[in-house]
Design a protein around this ligand. Structure first.
Ligand code: GLU
Length: 436
């Protein structure tokens, strides 16, 4: 337990679509703050005027709202220019920064910038994930901290904000580890205490390359909302990338993650982003939902003319996420519930069984099902009735295949018993009769 009140921050730059990899940094900052009764700050780092766009900020705000990663405070760096100017002035007055004349080598470059006066020393910091890191800052030179008094740059604004906001723990991606020595030098210049650092391992794609914004296989994070994933599943999946709670349990809700998360167990090496595993997590999290909620979602994702509550169990068995419902319907896989399927006769045949034998089997089935009344026309009773016949044949397929096909008209479909129950006695019998 840290002795000071924990303050964490997640500080995305709204310069492009927010990426799934970024969710993990946000999540770990959130979890660490929550488990320590601390404060979690969201900070929009929009100092890059050319590349920052409000719509990207809106996008990550919408994303975190959907994910339920509620921040306690929100700041936007472009609202804080006065503060940065005050620090720049102070640093220049104290000899920690200076106006530097430049010879522009490229178009658009300035002939004057503000540089940090590098004390050229060795900096050692401890990282909760990476251990002790020592860097000789001499190689960094007198680096630029502001284009001018109105345009402070990332290293400076991040350090000032972390100080002003009382940030105790800087938890961020490993790509920022090389930035840390510069930021520590600035901290020392402005008299800020050093926060605790934790640099998280990279998330890799299947080719073990860093997951990038350009990765086609991984769409922007907000797309996962549109695809109908459950936020809890996405968070669970992402939490276990680079962190291993130990033990057998894999499915965790957000409250469980808050309890279990251990920053000291974050691994150094990158974890693979495996989309199939996400599908699995999503199916597991659907199972945790109350039945009414499952029903409501499936019905909503079905086209209006297919919103029949009876088909819910069949649909549920065949999806990983809500959008699959829509796609299943679009592929025509549910049509047979709503209209009689058309198919070539020969599809009703089974291996070498003669058409006469198949017809006879159909007739037996019809007789057996006629014996069930409408109220007892359940998949269990249908199964008992049909299996009694099937078990006396050379192969069960001689009757089960033609029945299933006559009901669905599809090579792949749910079993005939559930289809018959959903269609009801009348419709089932007419389809079987037609098949005969
Ligand atoms: N704004 C930086 C980024 O989007 C994050 C900086 C930090 O976490 O210190 O990558």
């Amino acid at each position: 337990m840290p002795d000071k009140k924990v303050v964490t921050r997640f500080a995305p730059s709204p310069t492009g679509h927010f990426h799934v990899g970024g969710i993990r940094s946000a999540l770990f900052n959130f979890l660490f703050a929550r488990q320590n009764n601390g404060t979690y700050i969201l900070r929009s780092e929009d100092t890059d005027k050319e590349r920052s766009r409000k719509e990207y900020e809106d996008e990550f705000l919408e994303l975190f709202d959907w994910l339920g990663l509620k921040h306690d405070m929100f700041f936007r760096q472009s609202d804080r220019l006065k503060l940065y100017q005050k620090y720049i002035q102070k640093m220049m007055d104290g000899g920690f920064a200076f106006l530097s004349k430049e010879i522009p080598t490229e178009e658009g470059q300035r002939d004057e910038v503000i540089r940090f006066k590098n004390p050229n020393k060795k900096v050692t910091f401890n990282d909760l994930v990476l251990g002790d890191i020592t860097v000789d800052t001499t190689d960094l030179g007198d680096f630029i901290i502001a284009r001018d008094i109105n345009e402070p740059l990332y290293h400076l604004t991040a350090v000032i904000d972390d100080f002003e906001m009382g940030v105790t723990h800087v938890i961020r991606g490993q790509e920022h580890a090389p930035n840390t020595p510069r930021q520590i030098l600035i901290q020392e210049a402005i008299g800020a205490p050093r926060p605790t650092y934790a640099h998280l391992p990279l998330i890799l794609n299947k080719e073990r390359a860093k997951l990038s914004k350009r990765d086609e296989s991984v769409p922007p994070a907000i797309e996962y909302k549109k695809m109908g994933y459950l936020p809890s599943a996405l968070l669970n999946f992402i939490a276990l990338n680079g962190w291993n709670p130990g033990g057998e349990q894999e499915v965790f809700t957000l409250p469980e993650l808050i309890k279990k998360f251990d920053i000291l167990k974050v691994q150094k090496g990158g974890g693979i982003f495996n989309p199939e595993k996400l599908e699995w997590f999503n199916r597991e999290h659907i199972k945790l939902l109350p039945q009414e909620e499952i029903n409501k979602n499936i019905l909503e994702w079905l086209p209006e003319n297919m919103r029949n509550p009876k088909i819910i169990p069949v649909v549920l068995e065949r999806i990983s996420k809500w959008r699959d419902v829509k796609e299943m319907a679009q592929r025509g896989e549910l049509d047979f519930f709503f209209r009689r399927p058309e198919f070539p006769k020969k599809k009703l045949l089974f291996k070498n069984t003669s058409p006469e034998k198949i017809s006879a089997n159909f007739n037996q089935a019809i007789k057996a099902l006629e014996g069930l009344n409408e109220e007892n026309f359940s998949k269990e009773n249908i199964k008992t009735a049909l299996m009694a016949i099937a078990d006396k044949l050379d192969s069960r397929g001689e009757i089960l295949h033609p029945i299933r096909f006559s009901l669905s008209g599809l090579d792949k479909s749910p079993d005939p018993f559930i289809i018959a129950e959903i269609l009801g006695k009348n419709e089932t019998l007419s389809r079987l009769q037609k098949a005969v």
